[in-house]
Write a protein that binds this ligand. Structure first.
Ligand SMILES: Nc1ncnc2c1ncn2[C@@H]1O[C@H](COP(=O)(O)OP(=O)(O)OP(=O)(O)O)[C@@H](O)[C@H]1O
Ligand SMILES: [Mg+2]
Length: 244
């Protein structure tokens, strides 16, 4: 085990001004005797505060890339540096600690907990991190107001529309004030108008808070409206990616 991990202190490296910096990232899944190369050498440097769309055909490696950037999975080789922290080979424990404070996620399936209110769902990451209840509740409530749900704090997910649930998920992703937000098809289950609203909301909260966002989508219209685009094909970045 590396020395920095023993101390539970992630390795710090120079950021080069990037929020997200991937060098030759590869991911191979072994299924039986067969290797599936999901990522085949991805290089991606994203400056702080950028808002980037990632598109590409089904199976191109978009979700794999997002999982690896978000420390939910590790690369088979290559390096992943997030705001100056090398997360490529962190232990599970160090990764989950790092992730809770540094990365927010919004997925197509919002994974809200059905037995908790909107407010409680948004508060959860703060409570898991051991933050005192009152300030977490205040921040969660402000975020829910910011996403237009000030009158829905006590509603449970089942008592909210799909678009409202996704707005709760966005508020939850931001409650720890993460510098990085990763969204995988966040509007995939929504009608066109709601999808438009959620997209605009994501862009405005990221701009207002200087959050770096990567948004994976099959919706090319949505992708074109984001300031930068990256296209993936067969485990590689084939367009965009160098933002220097
Ligand atoms: N856990 C896994 N085990 C084995 N193979 C996997 C695993 N996850 C993904 N793959 C494979 O890796 C490749 C990339 O998958 P990934 O989910 O990243 O694609 P994607 O671009 O997100 O596709 P979609 O647009 O359909 O969501 C695919 O060929 C997939 O079958
Ligand atoms: Mg995917």
């Amino acid at each position: 085990m590396a020395e920095h991990e023993q101390e539970n202190q992630p390795l710090k490296v120079p950021t080069g001004g990037y929020s997200i910096d991937l060098r030759d990232v590869r991911k191979v899944y072994r299924i039986g005797h067969e290797d599936v190369e999901a990522l085949r050498g991805v290089n991606l440097q994203i400056p702080h505060g950028s808002i980037v769309a990632v598109t590409g055909k089904s199976g191109a490696g978009k979700s794999t890339l997002l999982h690896i950037i978000g420390t939910l999975d590790r690369p088979s080789s290559g390096t992943v540096v997030l705001n100056g922290t090398d997360v490529s080979q962190m232990s599970d424990q160090a990764a989950s600690h790092f992730r809770n404070g540094s990365v927010g996620f919004v997925f197509q399936m919002n994974n809200l907990l059905g037995e908790f209110s909107a407010l409680e769902n948004v508060m959860l990451p703060g409570l898991i991190a051991g933050a005192p209840r009152a300030p977490v509740a205040e921040r969660a409530s402000k975020l829910l107001q910011a996403v237009g749900l000030g009158s829905r704090l006590q509603h449970r997910p089942g008592e909210l529309s799909g678009g409202e649930q996704q707005r709760v998920a966005i508020a939850r992703a931001l409650v720890m004030a993460p510098p990085i937000l990763l969204a995988d098809e966040p509007t995939g289950n929504l009608d066109q108008r709601t999808s438009h609203e959620v997209r605009e909301l994501l862009i405005s909260v990221c701009e207002a808070n200087k959050v770096t966002m990567i948004l994976v989508t099959h919706d090319l219209d949505l992708a074109r409206r984001l300031p930068s685009q990256v296209v993936m094909e067969d485990g590689r970045v084939v367009e965009g990616g160098g933002f220097a």
